[in-house]
Design a binder for this molecule. Structure first.
Ligand code: 13P
Length: 254
């Protein structure tokens, strides 16, 4: 069985003091959670605070981005070895904000996925169509392109270990999540594609998250869908109460 995984993407929120405050409350609220993997994704400068503040717990930590080179003349970038040295477990790669605001290409994202594995961390590869692409009936072709190029050159064992997050861009930060049908369809399509490109076993093992306006009130219907193994949560992950509620609701489903 696939272990459910609920991850927080804090985006550009929470400095170190705010992260400490969050952790004081959050650690208490999730201390009895044992069947859901929990991941917190702070900004680069807050990573060490969150890593230290979750020591002795089962909570894992994700960076929100990485560069694919280990060192060199790349002003402003962070290398994979720097994240693994800190103790990061996961790296979010190819988030739609990286693709659409910062112009990351499928090729960049594939290099990042490989770089994350090289430093023994696990990528959370984000894919998802924009509203225009959806209206033009291109959802599946966009997911196919992003997933095939994101996974290019990986071994089946790497794909089986990683996380793919289906985040329809039109559902991010809007308060309007995808319908359960659309969320399930996007995740099922992704799983079937992995089975087709790799093999059935790899398709069964890869964990798929849904992301886009997950809140405590819609967590149950989204997290109970057969091809959804967890969530990547933005806004609702900033509050220890709502994020821990989403985790508890998910645990009850398993
Ligand atoms: P929201 O939960 O705020 O819609 O953000 C989703 C997201 O982008 C997580 O990566």
């Amino acid at each position: 069985m696939r272990t459910p995984i609920i991850a927080a993407n804090w985006k550009l929120h929470k400095n170190r003091a705010e992260a400490k405050e969050f952790l004081n409350e959050f650690r208490e609220k999730v201390k009895y959670i044992s069947d859901v993997e929990i991941v917190l994704g702070p900004t680069f400068t807050t990573l060490d605070t969150v890593i230290e503040g979750t020591e002795g717990t089962e909570i894992n930590v994700a960076a929100q981005n990485v560069y694919y080179e280990q060192e060199g003349a790349f002003t402003g970038e962070i290398a994979p070895n720097m994240l693994s040295e800190l103790g990061c477990d996961y790296v979010i790669v190819g988030h739609s904000e990286r693709r659409h605001i910062f112009g990351e290409t499928d090729g960049d994202i594939n290099k990042k996925v490989h770089a994350v594995f090289e430093d023994e961390m696990t990528p959370i590869l984000c894919i998802g169509e924009t509203e225009d692409e959806r209206n033009e009936g291109k959802t599946q072709s966009v997911l196919k392109r992003q997933l095939e190029s994101g996974l290019d050159g990986l071994d089946p064992s790497q794909v089986a270990e990683m996380i793919v997050a289906y985040e329809p861009v039109w559902a991010i930060g809007t308060g309007e999540s995808a319908s359960p049908e659309d969320a399930q369809e996007g995740c099922k399509f992704s799983r079937d594609l992995v089975s087709e490109v790799y093999d059935e076993e790899t398709g069964e093992q890869v964990r798929l998250q849904y992301g886009g306006s997950i809140k405590p009130h819609n967590a149950e219907e989204l997290m109970s869908l057969p091809d959804i193994d967890g969530g990547l949560v933005g806004g609702a992950s900033l509050d220890p109460k709502s994020f821990s509620e989403i985790i508890s609701i998910t645990e009850e489903l398993y």
